[in-house]
Structure formats: structure tokens, C-alpha cells
Ligand binder design. Structure first.
Ligand code: ZN
Length: 422
């Protein structure tokens, strides 16, 4: 751009403003293709309100960056020259969603279209490990994932780790996570030391919050903006989407419902308090009710899903102790959910983690409790659903969180190096 006259600083500001507008428009077009599917340049121009010439230029850049590709010709208009249809590409790039939990370490790789290109979960009793040993184990799994996607010709553009507990996402620090024994762990630095420099820096956020990002994405097209996700694992966490956005609270503590005094007064919790809700609805509380110590379902070194499947099989076979344990735990869960529903007035309550795995036993009890306590039958009811994502929701949410940043700012992805034939 040629600017004559005026102080130099004005030129700089204008240039950065223009770059910002361009970035926003690139994101607008990319999100339009993501949310509404393949369409022609003319359609994009009509729907975005951008001039056709601008759309053509934006599409050119998105194609160059490998984010959009020409699809089949669009003949929906009938006669005349068909407009070339465009769609989200991005199968050559992926985001790694990582998760460290009390019982396992998991990684999932999603390409830009949201297709899972790699996934793994390793049973690890993280509580028995130091933070350094757990980070070593995580780094091994990341290297394995990076090698597996590289073999498919896919490049890792970003990584985000989901952990339980209090996480300062902005600082990149797991502040206090008693369920995995981490305190003040600076993730980008401590993980960066263990990984090849070619891999991008790792972001971090709370697992339930990231899972809510993944859950909300499934309902956003329906216009749902008030959603509560309640995740049952070793701990219990609530994640709140209100007006379509994640509720974080003043010190990133919003949703730490597992440590509310809804449990049995006096019972010691890992967090240092007593009487916390998770001491009666956490996975540990359920397993203690299901079986005595020494039973394989209580062996934290065993694969979590196998142990859960074992418990489910006992319930389906009508084992009285297992059924009583599920009933008692579901009643405790329903008690807490009804309080949250009164405070937050959500449209949808999603039960995640082990609550979803035992959804047949939890969902009806929670629904019944909400119906019993409904103040007026004319109030809109609350939909109670189980998460279909199971234990991978947090890792999926972490990967989606990284991909979302590309849909906001496509310039985060560089155009691939031109192939030279020597
Ligand atoms: Zn507690």
C-alpha cells in the first residue's frame, strides 16, 4: 500500500488494522464453510456480505494455506456455468488433544475437518507417580502420536493438555490438581523440555472445561447456549456454558462443584477439606460401594474402561450389591444436579465421564429428581443426556480448542513449503 504524507506511525497502524481485518475475514469464510458445508464463491459472498473480489482473494489465501480446497462443481442453480464448490480441507494438519487423569494418559489427533486421525490411551496410575514421571510418560505418548501422524503426512499445528483441578490457562500452569498430585506445574516449559523442538508449545486447561467445549459444539447448531456438563471421574467437575461461552469465574474456579459441601460431613477429601461432594459421587466412592479391596475393579493399574465394563456386566446380570451401589451413587449425583439446575437454569445437562458410561442408571434418576423438584410444570423442562464421547471428551475438547484458534485466525497455519524437484 502506498501512503504519501503523514507521520510514519500512521502507516504502521493502518497496515496492522488492514491485517486484522483480513485475518477476521479469513476466519469468517473458513467458519462459514465449517458450519454450513461446501458452497460456491458467489454463495460465500452473498452470505458473508463481502464483495466477490474480496472473497476470491480470501479463498485464494485459504487454498494456499491448505485450509480450503475446490470440491465438486455446484450445479444446484440449474442452467448456466456451475460455480466451483469449496470446502474445508486441512487433512494435512492436525491438533493434538492430550489428557492426563488419575487413571490414564490419552492423546487424540483431529484434523481440521474434525476427523480423528490418531488416538491412544495408556492405563497409568498417575497418583503413584511424581509430576516429572507423569510428564515423562506423557511426552512418550506425544512422541508416539507425532510419529504416527507424520507417517500419514499430517503435521501437528498445536497441542493442548487437559488436566483435572485448578488450571491457570493464561499462564499455562496447573495450579492445584490433588487427583493427580500436581501443584504449580508449568506445562509449556516442563513438557517442552521433554519434546523435540519441532513440535509446537503445549497449552493447558481444565479437563471438564475442555470437555464442555466439545459438548457444546454438538448442540451449537441447534442454538443451545445454556449447557451444564457434569463429569464424573476420580473427581467430579461441573462446566458451565452460558450465553454460548465458557464460565471461568474470578480465579478459574467456576465449576469446582466436586468440592462443594454436598457429601457426608467430616469425610476427608483429597483437597484438604472435608465433606466434599466427590467423596460420595466420585468414581472411587462408587467402586468402594461395588466391591471390596482386592477386587480387580478397584485396581487402579487396570484399564479403566475394562474395569467399568466389568461393573456394568455385574449390574446387567442383576448383582444386588452393584445395583445398590449404582442407585445410591446416582441419588447423590441427582441431589447435586438439582441444586446446580436451580442456580444455573440450563437448557441441557450433559452427564459425562463415568456418569455417561453408567447412563442407563444415572440419567433416569437425575431426570426424576429434576421433575420432582420442578417449581412449575409450565417451566421449560431440562433435557438430561449422556455424553456420547465417553472418556475421550476432554482430549477431544482440547484438540477442538486448538482447531478453534485456526478458525478464528487462519494465518496461524503457514502455507506448506513448495515442493522442489531437483
Ligand atoms: Zn474436596
Amino acid at each position: 500500500m502506498k501512503v504519501s504524507g503523514g507521520p510514519k506511525t500512521t502507516v504502521t497502524v493502518d497496515a496492522s488494522k488492514i491485517a486484522t481485518v483480513r485475518r477476521n475475514n479469513l476466519g469468517l469464510v473458513l467458519r462459514l464453510l465449517r458450519d454450513h458445508g461446501a458452497r460456491s464463491r458467489a454463495q460465500i459472498a452473498a452470505e458473508s456480505g463481502l464483495p466477490k473480489a474480496t472473497v476470491t482473494s480470501l479463498i485464494g489465501e485459504l487454498v494456499e494455506r491448505g485450509l480450503v480446497r475446490e470440491g465438486a462443481a455446484d450445479r444446484s442453480k440449474g442452467v448456466g456455468r456451475p460455480g466451483q464448490s469449496l470446502e474445508v480441507a486441512g487433512s494435512a494438519i492436525c491438533a493434538l488433544g492430550l489428557e492426563v487423569n488419575a487413571d490414564y494418559i490419552g492423546v487424540v489427533a483431529l484434523d481440521l475437518r474434525g476427523t480423528e486421525v490418531f488416538t491412544t490411551r495408556v492405563a497409568v496410575d498417575v497418583r503413584e507417580l511424581s509430576a516429572d514421571a507423569a510428564l515423562d510418560a506423557l511426552a512418550r505418548v506425544i512422541r508416539e502420536a507425532a510419529a504416527a501422524v507424520a507417517a500419514q503426512g499430517v503435521q501437528v499445528i498445536g497441542m493442548c493438555l487437559a488436566t483435572p483441578g485448578v488450571v491457570d490457562a493464561e499462564a499455562g500452569t496447573v495450579v492445584f490438581a490433588p487427583n493427580i498430585g500436581w501443584q504449580d506445574v508449568h506445562v509449556p516449559r516442563r513438557l517442552g523440555e521433554r519434546l523435540p523442538a519441532a513440535l509446537p508449545a503445549v497449552q493447558v486447561d481444565n479437563d471438564a472445561r475442555l470437555a464442555a467445549v466439545a459438548e457444546h459444539a454438538r448442540y451449537a447448531a441447534r442454538g443451545v447456549s445454556e449447557l451444564l456438563l457434569l463429569t464424573g471421574e476420580a473427581g467430579v467437575a461441573g462446566s458451565v456454558i452460558t450465553r454460548g461461552r465458557l464460565l471461568r469465574g474470578n480465579a478459574s474456579l467456576a465449576g469446582e462443584i466436586g468440592h462443594a459441601a454436598l457429601g457426608i460431613p467430616g469425610r476427608q477429601c483429597r483437597c484438604g477439606r472435608t465433606g466434599c461432594w466427590e467423596t460420595v459421587v466420585g468414581l472411587g466412592a462408587l467402586l468402594e460401594r461395588v466391591a471390596d479391596e482386592g477386587d480387580p475393579v478397584r485396581d487402579a493399574a487396570g484399564d479403566l474402561e475394562e474395569r467399568m465394563s466389568d461393573v456394568l456386566a455385574r449390574a446387567r446380570a442383576g448383582d444386588p450389591r452393584t445395583l445398590a451401589a449404582l442407585e445410591e451413587t446416582a441419588a447423590s449425583a441427582a441431589h447435586g444436579v438439582s441444586i446446580l439446575a436451580d442456580i444455573l437454569n440450563p437448557e441441557i445437562i450433559v452427564l459425562g465421564g463415568y456418569f455417561a458410561f453408567f447412563g442407563d442408571y444415572f440419567v433416569p434418576v437425575v431426570k426424576q429428581r429434576l421433575d420432582e423438584r420442578a417449581m412449575l410444570p409450565t417451566f421449560p423442562g431440562i433435557e438430561v443426556v449422556r455424553s456420547p464421547m465417553g472418556f475421550s471428551a476432554a482430549a477431544l475438547g482440547a484438540a477442538r480448542f486448538v482447531l478453534d484458534s485456526v478458525f478464528q485466525d487462519p494465518t496461524l497455519v503457514d502455507a506448506p513449503e513448495p515442493v522442489t524437484t531437483a
